[in-house]
Design a binder for this molecule. Structure first.
Ligand SMILES: CC(C)(COP(=O)(O)OP(=O)(O)OC[C@H]1O[C@@H](n2cnc3c(N)ncnc32)[C@H](O)[C@@H]1OP(=O)(O)O)[C@@H](O)C(=O)NCCC(=O)NCCS
Length: 132
């Protein structure tokens, strides 16, 4: 299987990939803004179809990785590792003294991230809806 890693991602492919792993829906206008504001996006394609993605935002001292997604038909083939390795390569070329790379994930994915050098940390989150 030939996997091509790239940096372009359409709103449609982003929504399709999120849906494939049952992430909640985001309206297309918000998706467009979120992708534009991302500092780095990496995608994986097989036969011209996007099958994986990851992205991050940064203030130059910390990074927040989001949307690490591999389509279920393509999981356990090394694509998730490939995405995160490319993120790491990009970060290592950035200008920084110390960089803290953060992400939130389900407990079921902890082993995946540990294999890539990440360690567990406590996290907190607050869900808000417009008008609440
Ligand atoms: C988590 C996810 C990105 C992993 O992608 P993947 O392409 O299946 O992972 P890889 O095949 O690159 O796996 C890399 C290594 O991690 C291991 N691994 C993969 N998923 C794992 C898991 N859930 N728990 C423990 N180890 C895991 C693999 O066995 C492999 O090990 P190896 O290198 O020793 O052979 C993918 O399962 C996914 O998209 N899940 C749904 C969306 C999601 O929850 N994303 C995380 C949100 S932050």
């Amino acid at each position: 299987m030939n996997v091509i890693y790239n940096n372009d991602l359409s709103v449609e492919d982003y929504c399709r990939l999120r849906k494939s792993v049952n992430f909640y829906d985001i309206p297309e206008t918000e998706v467009k803004r979120a992708l534009e504001r991302s500092d780095f996006i990496v995608t994986a394609a097989v036969d011209g179809i996007k099958v994986g993605m990851a992205r991050f935002m940064t203030d130059g001292t910390q990074i927040l990785i989001m949307d690490v997604i591999v389509h279920p038909d393509y999981q356990h083939k090394g694509i998730g590792r490939g995405l995160l390795e490319r993120i790491r390569e990009y970060i290592e070329k950035m200008d920084y003294n110390r960089m803290l790379v953060n992400l939130l994930t389900d407990i079921k994915n902890v082993g995946f991230y540990e294999k890539l050098g990440y360690s567990r940390a406590e996290g907190m989150r607050l869900w808000l809806k417009h008008g609440e």
